[in-house]
Design a protein around this ligand. Structure first.
Ligand code: CA
Length: 758
């Protein structure tokens, strides 16, 4: 079938596992090639009958030899290249691409970089699927080097065959190929050329339960150890004899079973009795607790044979005090040394803002399970009690009690009163109100003043000029109120009306009198109280009435207004025998009246024709007299006897004189003459002529002229004396003695009498 190239026998001849054999062959060839370069480690074979695809080639090698050649180094390559003949299609070797990795198919190991022996520019995987490897033998180029090829290509199979059999080395070692032979590489625990001896360990004391598969106390013997109840092995319970001839460990001893070491519980003590060692089988431990702590659990524990205590170690638990709750409105801050609210726990209490603690600040849990005191309370801070303001109301909202923290109090005032201050106060966390309580103050009305010339009389119920104040107004004498008598301050701070004024009492308006003037002094307004008005009249007029009027408090003048009346002159009457013709401007015989006088026939005016009434009430002159016209006085001297009648005055108008002559004489001329209105006698006075001696008579008459005058003068003086005497006797009868006329005629006239007031 094939040409023997090397010494390796067919695997099938070994009858051993193919893989192990192959490994052994590889090991052998490696060792041989490395140590015996000149000689092949095993035998090589190749099929010279035909070429095969790679798979078939491998089956061929595995059927008749061991496998396709596995090449490990350059020397083997050089050997093969020198020994094998050239073949056109070259030789398949045991390398194939598996999962895209070049792999030694004999060991399924990847081809290492160091072991690669590719021809130049190979593997090129030309045309793909070049998944198998051939070796160029005796090629011109790259002899002994590899090329990847398609596995379906047909080439010679290059096989090898190992020397070791399955029974080699007593099956207690690895068979290592040598040149045509093998050596044994004994497994541990075996020695000898064929590994026929077993390593021994020292004998153990009797007692252990041992098994000796390879010989007494030999390699792979195992021994088991046991202890009495309550004890346990110190060490391995099973020992095995190792390939080194030593047991896996020293022989164990039995020690008392250990229980877990116990410690004194926190806050407690432990008192143990040990028989076989600390905390071992049969040890018993008693527990105790410190003051303030109480044992929770068994007092005594015993260590059992199972290494367990008869129970759980007790705990020293702090004595419990009643649980404390947080304060209402406060906080609880506890330090727990031994658990919540346990012995020695200290709890301090604090209160929220606005609250104050009443009671102990700190409590401590005593060993008796009681607190050192009662928990405190948090009471709201108190603010001073607020009083309802006068005339107001107080409305408080209390959250934590009257007038305490957070209480809010709202103030309101009655109608007519207004709050002075904050509307709302709040009790702060400092126990103080946020401000001062307000007052209810009466609404203020504007301050009223006394009216001018008046008085103000107010009644203030709640303060000057405030709500409900009433003010009454009065006026001084002579003044009268214009407006309300009383005002009241309303709740709106307004008076019920405007303050009145005191106005001076009015008197009727005065006018200047006719022909007069008015001069007033007004103190309080025209023609009002205390106004004084002085009246004056024009020249020629005189005031009839008070000069000065004053307006009284009653609104009346102190008197009637005067009139300016024309000055009166004395009343005039027509004179005897005369007429009066007056023109009156301002009244009869008053200022400026003019009166003209005229006299009857036979009378003549003696005085001014016209008089005028002056401003002084006097006429510009005396009224004239109407004097009767006088005719020359006649004298009847002897012998003429004359008998005259004088109805209007002696020898005056109307007088008639009759003449006659004494005896012896005769009348020469008219016997009767009458005094005419023109003061002329109606005729010449007659003469008496002696009938005998006319001459004498003539002379007498001539001479007598002067004598007559002298006599007349004497007579007149006698007459005056007589008249005076008569006047003194009769006063009511007045007579005037007038001097004689130019003509020497004297007469007596009755005269009109004028009375004057002035
Ligand atoms: Ca190739």
């Amino acid at each position: 079938m094939g040409s023997a190239v090397g010494l390796c026998s067919s695997p099938r001849a070994w009858g051993c596992d193919w893989n192990i054999a192959r490994l052994l062959c590889f090991a052998a060839i490696s060792w041989v090639l490395m140590t015996q370069m000149e000689v092949g480690a095993w035998t090589y074979h190749y099929g010279d009958k035909s070429d095969y695809s790679w798979e078939v080639a491998r089956n061929f090698c595995r059927s008749f030899y061991t496998d396709l050649v596995a090449i490990q180094n350059q020397r083997e390559i050089a050997y093969l290249n020198s020994v094998l003949p050239h073949h056109r299609t070259y030789y398949w070797i045991g390398i194939r691409k598996i999962n895209n990795v070049w792999t030694w198919v004999g060991t399924s190991k990847a081809l290492t970089k160091e072991a690669e022996n590719w021809a130049s520019r190979e593997p090129n995987n030309k045309g793909r699927n070049q998944d198998c490897v051939e070796m160029y033998i005796k090629r011109d180029n790259d002899a002994g080097r590899w090329n990847d090829e398609r596995c379906q290509k047909k080439k010679r199979a290059l096989c090898y065959q190992a020397s070791c059999q399955s029974s080699s080395c007593s099956q207690r070692g690895d068979c290592v190929e040598t040149i045509g032979n093998y050596t044994c590489d004994c497994y541990p625990g075996f020695y000898g050329l064929e590994c026929e001896h077993v390593v021994r360990c020292k004998n153990l004391d009797p007692g252990p339960d041992c098994s000796h598969p390879l010989g007494e106390y030999s390699y792979n013997s195992t021994c088991k150890f046991l202890c009495q109840e309550g004890f346990e092995l110190q060490g391995l319970d099973t020992l095995q004899c190792l390939e080194s001839g030593n047991w896996t460990a020293e022989a164990p001893e039995c020690a008392a079973v250990k229980c877990p070491a116990l410690a004194a519980p926190g806050r407690g003590g432990l008192n143990c009795t040990h028989w076989h060692g600390d905390f071992t089988y049969n040890s018993s431990c008693a527990f105790s607790c410190e003051t303030g702590f109480v044992r929770n659990g068994s007092e005594t524990l015993e260590c059992t044979a199972l290494g367990q205590w008869t129970g759980l170690p007790p705990l020293c638990e702090a004595i419990k005090c009643p649980m404390l709750d947080s304060l209402s409105r406060g906080q609880l801050n506890c330090s727990h040394w031994h658990g919540d609210f346990m012995y020695n726990s200290t709890c301090s209490f604090s209160c929220e803002t606005g609250f104050v603690r009443i009671g102990s600040e700190t409590l401590e849990c005593t060993a008796l399970g009681q607190w050192t005191g009662s928990p405190p309370l948090c009471e709201a801070l108190k603010c001073p009690v607020l009083a309802t303001p006068g005339r107001g109301q107080l409305n408080c909202t209390n959250w934590h009690g009257d007038f305490t923290y957070n209480s809010t109090c709202a103030f309101s005032c009655e109608t007519g009163f207004v709050r002075n201050g904050s509307e709302t106060l709040e009790c702060t966390a400092l126990g103080q109100w946020t401000g001062h309580p307000p007052h209810c103050e009466a609404v203020k009305c504007p301050v009223l003043d006394s009216p001018d010339r008046g008085q103000l009389n107010c009644t203030h119920r709640h303060g000057d000029f405030t709500y409900n104040s009433t003010c009454a107004f009065s006026c001084e004498t002579g003044f009268v109120r214009n407006g309300s008598e009383t005002l009241e301050c309303t709740a709106l701070g307004q008076w019920t009306g405007h303050p009145p004024r005191c106005e001076a009492v009015k008197c009727p308006v005065l006018d200047s009198p006719g022909r007069g003037q008015l001069k007033c002094t007004h103190w309080h307004g025209d023609f009002t109280y205390n106004s004084t008005c002085a009246f004056s009249c024009e020249t020629g007029f005189v005031r009839n009435g008070s000069e000065m009027l004053e307006c009284t408090a009653l609104g009346q003048w102190s008197d009637h207004p005067p009139l300016c009346e024309a000055v009166m002159c004395p009343g005039l009457a027509a004179p005897g025998r005369g007429r009066l013709n007056c023109t009156h401007w301002y009244g009869d015989f008053a200022y400026n009246s003019t009166c003209a006088f005229s006299c009857e026939t036979g009378f003549v005016r003696n005085g001014s024709e016209t008089v005028e009434c002056t401003a002084l009430g006097q006429w510009t002159g005396s009224p004239p007299l109407c004097e009767v016209m006088r005719c020359p006085k006649l004298r009847g001297l002897e012998p003429i006897l004359m008998n005259c009648s004088h109805p209007l005055g002696s020898f005056s108008y109307g007088s008639v004189c009759r003449f006659r002559c004494t005896q012896g004489y005769f009348l020469n001329g008219t016997s009767r003459v009458r005094c005419q209105p023109d003061a002329h006698w109606s005729d010449k006075m007659p003469t008496c002529q002696e009938e005998a001696a006319p001459y004498f008579k003539q002379v007498l008459l001539y001479m007598g002229g002067g004598a007559v005058a002298l006599v007349a003068l004497l007579l007149t003086g006698m007459l005056i004396a007589l008249l005076i005497k008569r006047l003194s006797d009769k006063e009511e009868e007045k007579t005037l003695l007038n001097p004689t006329s130019d003509l020497g005629v004297t007469g007596v006239f009755t005269n009109a009498t004028f009375d004057s007031n002035l």
